[in-house]
Design a protein around this ligand. Structure first.
Ligand SMILES: Nc1ncnc2c1ncn2[C@@H]1O[C@H](COP(=O)(O)OP(=O)(O)O)[C@@H](O)[C@H]1O
Ligand SMILES: Cc1ncc(COP(=O)(O)O)c(N)n1
Length: 274
């Protein structure tokens, strides 16, 4: 059994964070373990409060896992503070485990999930350890300090992130609303790149899409898929989870983790080598 770990915040509403990650791990047949960095009081309408976990206790959780398990992939989500980032980076630097960093900053409702001053720590301590980083467009803008409007801007941002030491950058186009497609752009340190295109689903139920995509990526990497295979399969997982969305709650509802196993053969993702 492949064991994977999520280091992230708890979403009491069950659509994002640790809860989305563990549901994804279960569906993709890996054994999920977790390190909780913060509790959020949250539902589909938004985040009403955040309670960060003490740094020393975050460290204890991660050390407990590393001591006992042979972990085949780790992902990070909401990390909240520069202290938490530095402490988990120190521990992860001593182990050789593929690391997927989802640089979670702001919830769909606009509430902050990462303190502003923690951006520097993310870039200096965690990204150099990352196998893959998965920013959406606003996150890529914040990490690189530049606006992204065109494909050339996306390429520039990816190169800046690769220079920070990341091996593979996926810039997710979910936030670009000007076309019929949800296109994600993938760049490798050796200069290769490709884009993945799927149809854009018109729905308000996209709570936790980024968490779920990076958790699926982590599960496939943990199972030994190549980075490219894992990325394409994770895109199918999130595409189906959004397509067969669940009408839960009164706001931005969660995605459907049951869809992938049922419909994976029918999901079309178009790859363009660039
Ligand atoms: N409406 C949509 N239809 C299809 N795919 C989507 C849609 N919104 C987001 N995605 C996909 O979901 C994944 C997560 O992207 P995104 O929503 O941008 O992340 P985040 O939650 O970090 O903002 C990406 O693969 C993106 O292309
Ligand atoms: C604990 C936690 N982690 C991550 C997200 C981001 O998810 P989204 O961008 O869909 O709000 C969230 N809302 N809560």
């Amino acid at each position: 059994m492949h064991i994977v770990t999520t280091i992230a915040g708890s979403d009491s509403g069950g659509g994002a964070g640790i809860q989305a990650d563990l549901k994804t791990f279960q569906e993709l047949k890996v054994f999920g373990t977790s390190v909780i960095t913060a509790l959020t009081a949250q539902n589909t309408l938004g985040v009403s409060d955040v309670l960060p976990i003490e740094v020393s206790f975050v460290e204890k959780q991660l050390k407990a896992l590393i001591e006992d398990f042979s972990i085949s992939a780790v992902k990070t989500g909401m990390l909240f503070s520069s202290e938490i980032i530095q402490s988990i980076a120190r521990i992860l630097a001593d182990v050789n485990i593929p690391l997927i960093v989802d640089p979670v900053m702001i919830a769909k409702g606009g509430e902050s999930l990462l303190q502003q001053e923690a951006i520097v720590a993310l870039c200096s301590y965690l990204l150099p350890l990352a196998t893959i980083v998965t920013p959406n467009i606003p996150e890529a803008e914040t990490l690189t300090g530049r606006k992204i409007k065109t494909f050339a801007d996306i390429q520039d941002a990816a190169h800046t992130l690769l220079q920070m030491g990341v091996q593979c950058v996926i810039i997710k186009g979910g936030h670009l609303t000007d076309n019929d497609y949800a296109i994600d752009y993938v760049f490798f340190e050796d200069g290769q790149s490709f884009s993945m295109q799927s149809s854009r689903i018109a729905t308000k139920n996209t709570h936790g899409t980024g968490c779920t995509f990076s958790a699926a990526l982590t599960a496939f990497i943990g199972r030994g898929f190549s980075i490219k295979e894992a990325i394409v399969e994770a895109k199918k997982y999130i595409q189906l989870a959004i397509t067969y969305d669940l009408s839960i709650g009164n706001g931005h509802g969660p995605t459907n983790h049951f869809a992938y196993q049922k419909y994976k053969e029918s999901c079309e993702v178009i790859i363009h080598e660039t």
